[in-house]
Ligand binder design. Structure first.
Ligand code: SF4
Length: 175
């Protein structure tokens, strides 16, 4: 037998309540509840967008650092013969990415120790390296490298870091 329509609805359709004791379902049944759910989803969406933007910033930074071709023009132009722009670019390339975090401190200290063991000078902010770099590696990467060295040196850890070679004293021409 065909179901009867009463006021535009099926009269004999059995009515099921989904989780009758569920407070979320009860809340969703009210106008205030719908607004609360919409506000919560909005907050989640904004959080997702912010997290996505931060991730893109890190990816852009790593991409910029990866542009270094190791030409050595920065070292040649520096009055201290410092290779800090080159080293900073190589360190930033991996340190900026999530994949580079597990060995970040060890890599940073080893790169700086290798730079010092080859008797390169230290940066004293002349800025000649940035001016001549054909890939536009910015001076701020050196500041980032210095921050990473401090982080690596002072961060407490369970196991001691394996650093090959002790850093030498800086060799400035104006020291
Ligand atoms: S000049 Fe620029 S591209 Fe060349 S080694 Fe230095 S940082 Fe890298």
């Amino acid at each position: 037998m065909a179901p009867q329509l009463v006021n535009g609805t099926v009269a004999d359709r059995p009515r099921f309540e989904v989780w009758p004791g569920n407070p979320v379902a009860t809340l969703w049944g009210t106008m205030v509840g719908k607004k609360v759910v919409m506000a919560a989803t909005g907050v989640v969406l904004i959080g997702f967008v912010i997290a996505h933007c931060v991730g893109k910033e890190a990816a852009d930074r790593a991409f910029d650092a990866a542009a270094c071709i190791g030409c050595g023009a920065c070292v040649a132009a520096c009055p201290n013969a410092a290779s800090m722009l080159f080293t900073a670019a190589k360190v930033t390339h991996l340190n900026a990415l999530p994949q580079g975090q597990p060995e970040r401190d060890e890599r940073t200290l080893n790169m700086v120790a290798a730079m010092r063991s080859e008797a390169f000078g230290s940066c004293s902010n002349h800025g000649k390296c940035e001016a001549v770099c054909p890939k536009g590696i910015p001076l701020e990467f050196i500041a980032g490298l210095n921050r990473d060295v401090i982080r690596a040196a002072f961060r407490p850890r369970r196991e001691p870091l394996v650093v090959h070679g002790a850093p030498l004293q800086p060799a400035h021409d104006d020291a």
